[in-house]
Design a protein around this ligand. Structure first.
Ligand code: 3HC
Length: 339
């Protein structure tokens, strides 16, 4: 449904915007080398010189992204023990494990920028770090699991395929594998919903109810409108972000409307209609007050999600201790044998 193609021709900078990336007192020759690499679409690698602001921007985005994958395991994890069949349970287990893996690749990519995983996790657990707004909504029925796959993972793919072309090598490479796995997540969600839509009227109502609740939060998940997105200009200039929040949102709406028709569900927006002149679907206004309330910690499940995450980390302490003790003993044994 969603292509993995990376050849989406997009401007790296919003039209007409002049963005200065040169900090006062910066190392001009190295800055020039860095700019040349960015302009010629070559990758920046961990050992390369980079401006502090580029490093900070990447760390901000990659660590938030990693936290989103990790917290994203929680809403669906609730349903593993309640999946309706062995097949659906195995699929959901695999998906949730994939999300955990995505978080780990991304923490590793962020670590190459010089920040330790412990400090990133401390920021998440103390509530200082952001993670995606979408994971602060409840999963009330089994149809929510399918809807998360179809819409949330679908939106994630739309946002993340362009990041496979990100200028920072470790982030771009991590995203290639992540996007392949997200594609499976989206398809299993769609397949789950399609099965329910062929079932009883109660099942169809469950799907429609889940779609009604997730549609608007998913559109907001792409981030604030471009006019209200403080990080976009530099992110685009540096090739971290390739397509703007609004353009990705539009691409998502355009791709999803035909899928909704195949499923037989209604998208809950009376203003959603094809606009011939624009060559896109028009859609109604997004409730940005709700979005910012969720981002600022006041969504329906923010406290619950963070508490679950902190508990899971604390419960896993004995595993980390055991792994470290095993590594220490192994190292001591090897040193003794080598002596
Ligand atoms: N949830 C929470 N915060 C959000 C947000 C969202 N959906 N969208 C934007 N924000 C925050 C930004 O982080 C920024 O805050 P900060 O300055 O304190 O960091 C502020 O709102 C302003 O937004 P900007 O548009 O200026 O920020 P960006 O240029 O960074 O764009 C982004 C936001 C599009 C989310 C971008 O960071 C991005 O593409 N990130 C990588 C992808 C990602 O993190 N996806 C999260 C979902 S992962 C997922 O869904 C898992 C999958 O398995 C389902």
């Amino acid at each position: 449904m969603y292509t993995q193609a990376l050849d989406i021709p997009e401007p790296r900078q919003q039209a007409g915007e002049a963005v200065s990336t040169i900090a006062e007192g910066c190392d001009l020759p190295r800055q020039a080398q860095f700019d040349t690499k960015i302009d010629s679409d070559r990758k920046i690698e961990p050992q390369d010189w980079m401006p502090d602001a580029y490093r900070r921007t990447l760390l901000r985005q990659i660590s938030q992204h990693a936290h989103s994958e990790i917290v994203g395991m929680v809403p669906e994890g609730n349903w593993i023990s309640r999946a309706p069949s062995l097949k659906r349970k195995a699929i959901l287990l695999a998906k949730v494990q994939d999300e955990g893996g995505h978080g780990l690749y991304l923490y590793s990519a962020a670590e190459t920028l010089g920040t330790g995983r412990d400090s990133m996790l401390a920021a998440l657990h103390s509530g200082k770090a952001k993670y995606s707004s979408i994971f602060n909504y409840p999963t009330l029925t089994w149809a929510d699991v399918g809807t998360i796959g179809w819409l949330v993972d679908g939106a994630a793919i739309m946002n993340q395929v362009p990041i496979c072309r990100c200028s920072y090598g470790p982030y771009a490479r991590a995203m290639i594998r992540i996007c392949k796995e997200e594609s499976f997540h989206q398809r299993q969600g769609f397949d789950n919903l399609l099965t329910m839509m062929k079932g009883t009227s109660a099942q169809r109502e469950m799907v429609q109810d889940a779609v009604n609740r997730w549609w608007w939060p998913v559109l907001a998940m792409f981030g604030p409108p471009d006019t209200d997105s403080p990080n976009s200009a530099l992110g685009m200039r540096w090739g971290i972000k390739r397509i703007s929040n609004d353009d990705l949102r539009q691409k998502f709406v355009d791709a999803t409307v035909p899928q909704a028709k195949i499923l037989g569900v209604t998208l809950p927006d009376a203003e959603l209609k094809w606009n011939d002149a624009r060559g896109h679907y028009d859609y109604g206004p997004i409730d940005w007050d709700e979005f910012w309330a969720v981002v600022n910690g006041n969504g329906p499940c923010n406290r619950e999600r963070l508490a679950t995450r902190v508990k899971a980390h604390a419960d896993g302490q004995w595993v980390r201790d055991a792994a470290l003790a095993h590594a220490d003993r192994k190292r001591a044994r090897e040193m003794k044998e080598a002596a």
